[in-house]
Ligand binder design. Sequence first.
Ligand SMILES: [Zn+2]
Length: 236
Amino acid sequence: MTGRLYQQDSYLKTFQSVVTSVREEGVVLESTAFFPTGGGVEGDQGALTGDNGARFAVVETLDREGEVLHRLERPGLDVGAVVNGELDWKRRYLLMRYHTATHVLCGVMFNDYGVRVTGNRLTPEKGRVDFSFEVFDRAVLEEGFARANATIEKDLPVRISFIPAAEAEGRPELFKLESGFRHNLETLRLVDIVDFDVQADGGCHVASLKEIGKLALKKSENKGKANRRVYFELES
Ligand SMILES: [Zn+2]
């Protein structure tokens, strides 16, 4: 299994590793700071540089049965090659801000209004979250955004920890966000917005809420009887 450096340190921008597998689709490394697309969040881009100086742009990062696959713009790396990895940090940091923002928004909607999340899609440009309202109420949604921004203003710390998966049994509140969460893991990673919300989550987050900036509600669409698709952007 690929060592996932980003799960220990979301602020790691460069790293060194070794190519362990070369496939038609891309390369696998012994360890990586590249986050693969998952849980509704876009994967990282950046570059791998071989020890002869040849640079390979990483155009997409994907999860393939527990391995992190780096899709490169061109072939040329062999198994055993030592590479220096570098993230497109501007892009990744935006994704971190959007991801933590989504946890705050979903935490408020669930805790304060009992509104569940049924899906999300986060890019560096915008966030999209599907909420399951019993009866849609625009005022509730706007109030939810105001409360999410008030929570961000408190600048709560965000802490990462790991627990044995068995300890999470009987705690469904840990899984309210990630519908596609892999449950076949021995160890669970928890993302804890201290004194606000804890989620089982494999993704990258900012270390304190003020880094998010401010959520701005852009539009909401009707996606079936009770389902509302909500778009937001971050303003720093
Ligand atoms: Zn998440």
